[in-house]
Design a protein around this ligand. Sequence first.
Ligand code: UD1
Ligand code: CA
Length: 448
Amino acid sequence: MKAIVLAAGSGTRMKSNLPKCMHKILGRTLLNTVLSALREAKIEEIIVITGYGGERLRSSVSMDVKFAHQAEQKGTGHAVSMASEFLNEDEDILVLCGDTPLVTAETLQKLAETHAREGNAITVVSARIDNPFGYGRIIRPATDGQFLRIVEHKDLEEGQELVNEINTSVYMFNGKALLDALPLIEPHNAAGEYYLPDALEIIQSNGLKAGVLLAPDSGEFVGVNNRAQLFQAAEGLKKRINEKHMMNGVTIIDPSSAWISHDVTIGADTVIYPGVILENTRVGENCVIGPNTRIIGSDISDFAEIDNSVVLDSSVGEYTTVGPFAYLRPHSRVGARCKVGDFVEVKNTTLGDGTKASHLTYIGDSDVGGGVNFGCGTVTVNYDGKKKFRTVIEDNAFIGCNTNLIAPVTVKEGAYIAAGSTITDDVPEKALSIARARQVNKEGWIKK
Ligand code: UD1
Ligand code: CA
């Protein structure tokens, strides 16, 4: 089976420079969200219709698809006709929109089944919604001889506004019926566009059968035309994802404030506090995440706790605690049973198991062994104004409070550094290094 995804529109109502289908919900574009449902439904061939911002939209697509270009956006019927060269008469064709991101693979499969079972030439998926404003309405035949129709909001006749069964813009066509209908669609409507829904009447007037699949969950068909609907779609997806995690044994204290994207895995007995954003991340079992924490592109091992912190492209080992108010910048690997405490920033650095930096410390471009203790206010001075250099701190070293480590520099195993030192030379194994001026007390100085 083939699918056509309509994504050429500019999305005027979004008031954006970005093509509409490139707007994101939970870290993924609307179009890629739709494409992933198609992949899940095992659709083999996908043709995406691009138009406004076509180049940008194409380069944002994360799957192997074909593209057809609609230079001028003359309506959904015209958009589908751009894919004609890819279509065959003897196959079924699914058509859906890139701005309807919540549609599920199950619904698409059900559509295919209904279409085949009823022997339809066209099957439209409909849904009943409380507020049908803006959607095309399904107008069922009142008497024999009438056709099943879809009337766009702008073209509604007296009384039809009350119809709350909407066209979801998800259709299955018989290839020949579609290819025969497309050239017959005419732009006789309020918008002056070639409407794909008009194919419904054309196909029936050719003596072929049309059917409607009334989908039980209208939440799947939020069409994103403006930013309020973008939020509505994100909310729907968030709910779906959070429920999946909760069913898998994750406690989410306040699911309304946990924004977990599709590419996140979370182990059982992990607790997610309010205000958490997780993207492209694995979280192990028995972790505590949040409140107010953002973790992107990272790997968090079992029993880790991350509180009020930001973690980007990094890994955190078992039983390690991060935060409150810590910042792990990209390429940081924090070992097991470590502590990265308040106002500690770690960047492009490895911390071995059991290493602790409890407060007010910057560790950048460093290779740190296990069992190291950073006193409050340690700074690895990695930048000389032109170049960055690395700091090496071997196992079990003890870095006194308020130490500057001027890179490149190595502190050997088990060495101690006295508080307030500025270390410019390597420190030998198990040595004590003091690099500060001696204290002078001037007796009676104030009186003098
Ligand atoms: C469309 C349907 C409406 C349905 C609603 C469901 C039509 C005429 N109307 O209305 O019955 O209830 O979806 O959400 O089909 N597009 C193109 N090229 C164009 C025009 C649109 O590719 O020339 C794409 C858009 O990028 C979008 C999709 O088609 O992804 C739907 O277009 P949109 O303008 O959003 O249609 P709606 O008014 O939402
Ligand atoms: Ca729409």
